[in-house]
Design a protein around this ligand. Structure first.
Ligand code: ADP
Ligand code: MG
Length: 247
């Protein structure tokens, strides 16, 4: 398989913090339309891996190809423009704006030649907001002030703000932390919907949730990949039980 077939190809990736290798010679390949879940004990390097892919942290060595293009030298905002979206653990929505306005302000303005004219086609924005609001289950909350949403709804809104940019790779770090059981189920459905036309990487600890969404699971440990494959195979792997699932 050539790297052209992958949404993301990470090769020999390493980052050292004062000599400590938080990511150590790691290889990771994500297919287009794949939903990959990354699990592993605290400190395994999961968040750091996403930081390297989105450009928040600079790699010490290695390659990150997005749709067969090397992006390792690009700044964070350039990677966003290429189509990489990253959700952090704490939501960063505008509490005083409505759901509609939060989505509207997230519509990209500079990605196309038309955007460069600083011209916003109102009908196109409206259509995109409606589409995304349906995807995140907030179609009937468009006029609601974001600050009044439940914790789970705020998380979905932030995912929606990323979807407004139509990312081809979306990365979510522990998206169901603090959610109710019902919100977790709805988030699983949401993720299954939005991975249909993009690659998604999710970091998560809740194994019931992982089972509902993962196409494949990557287990990280000490900056390396310990195991990778379908959920049932990974769960039965003695190495994985030893360092992670057994605790
Ligand atoms: P995980 O998300 O799997 O819990 P992290 O990626 O947050 O793990 O952290 C991996 C390791 O790298 C930890 O030991 C952490 O302390 C260290 N680390 C992460 N970011 C930095 C940084 N900016 N400077 C120094 N050490 C860091
Ligand atoms: Mg983390």
């Amino acid at each position: 398989m050539s790297s052209t077939d992958f949404a993301l190809a990470v090769e020999d990736l390493t980052v050292s913090f004062d000599g400590f290798k938080a990511i150590d010679d790691l290889n990771l390949y994500i297919d287009k339309n794949e939903l990959r879940v990354v699990i592993g004990p605290n400190g395994a390097g999961k968040t750091t891996l996403l930081d390297l892919i989105c450009g928040k942290t600079r790699a010490s060595a290695g390659s990150i190809k997005f749709k067969d293009e090397e992006i390792i030298g690009l700044a964070e905002h350039q990677r966003v423009r290429k189509g990489i979206g990253r959700k952090f653990q704490t939501p960063s929505i505008y509490e005083n704006l409505s759901v509609f306005q939060n989505l509207e302000v997230s519509y990209p303005s500079g990605r196309s030649v038309f955007g460069a004219l600083a011209f916003r086609c109102t009908a196109a924005v409206r259509a995109k907001v409606d589409e995304v609001a349906a995807d995140i289950g907030l179609a009937d909350k468009l006029d609601t002030e974001a600050g009044l949403l439940s914790h789970g709804q705020k998380q979905w809104l932030e995912i929606g703000m990323l979807l407004m940019q139509d990312p081809e790779l979306l990365m979510l770090d522990e998206p169901i932390a603090g959610m109710s059981a019902r919100e977790r189920d709805l988030t699983a459905e949401l993720l299954n919907r939005i991975c249909q036309n993009r690659a998604v990487i999710v970091i998560e600890h809740d194994m019931d949730f992982v089972k509902k969404i993962a196409h494949k699971v990557t287990v990280m440990h000490q900056g390396k990949i310990l195991a990778e494959g379908p959920m049932d195979k990974v769960q039965a792997d003695p190495k994985v039980i030893d360092v992670y699932l057994g605790h």
